[in-house]
Design a protein around this ligand. Sequence first.
Ligand code: GDP
Length: 359
Amino acid sequence: MIRPIDTSFTKILPLSSDEALQRRFMILDETIQANMRFGLLLEVLDKVAEETALCYVNRFFPEARVVTAAIDNIAIRHVTDMTRDVHFNARINHVGRSSLEIGIRVEQPGDPVRHIASCYFTMVARSGVGEGATSVVLPGLEYREEIEKQRAAKALKRREEYKQQQALLREPPSRDEFEMLTELHAAQDNPDFKGLLAGQLTAGAWERMYPEQENVPKKIFGGYLIRRAYELSSICCEQVAPNRPIPAAVNRINFFHPVRMGDKLHYTTRVVYTNGSLICVEANIERISRDRTTKALSNSCLFTFVNVDDQLQPQPVPQVYPTNYGEDARYLAAHRSCQALSNHRQLPGPVTAAELSED
Ligand code: GDP
């Protein structure tokens, strides 16, 4: 039987020796800290996850392909050093009926090794195209070593936690949460209120999908979509960040509906929540089919940024105020998601953010 270690896949970005590649990944043509385009990194991650999953799936089903279903949280541990190579070490952690969890450790070798992030992708194996596509049933992996068993167990736990979080969204807020929202509404009733209204902190964009972006037959490469969603989110975020917002975490990305060539895409990004130096931006992508008969939410993403100064020290961000029911719900969802991340020590608190730049 196949073990997780047999599914290992590594991709290297040779930033130290390939100047054109280094330039492609830079935000600015200057030597600033945190100069890596995180959106492009997401694109690479999605491709690495796809290749790792496909290698396994094609051993049994040569014609099958894989699609990204979700990206669980990604905590960014350190900023990337643009003069060092980036290694993506990927491996399958768990195989379910037709889904696979791929874990990817992103690091920069050297002394010491710089750990950039650990990411978890849920991929689904499919066969056939269009409406006739079906999920394929995959043979399982053998988890022999302790670490393999632990990673497989953690994959199941992540899935369970997400389900629980979703179920919680349909529940009324707790007493503390209700009080938090009541205070935010009461502040807006004050005649001298000058706060930032969440409803006004948005950015949108439209785009048509061309054959250039084709990945699996007739579908659009998911990595491209999330890169675009991230880049618009970072622009949106600048409406509230007094300094420079840099990515701190991906709370969650869901892929609901595939995007096809000829589709029109409507990206909507909104600042939904702030807390201390953190800013949460939600990005949704709606697809409209070429014949304009189908409209569906294809992706939803929640990104957390941290507002930092030139030395990467976290700086405070103003409070944002939700006004209507939808904004309250989004505020609360982001609040809970950030709490879950900080409970797992995955969000920069005052101390860990200061370590972002540390070698
Ligand atoms: P963990 O998931 O809690 O063990 O966190 P890590 O940061 O150690 O690793 C993240 C993911 O990257 C793991 O779940 C593995 O799927 C994958 N991974 C970790 N180390 C390696 C490695 O040495 N080689 C390969 N190919 N993949 C790795």
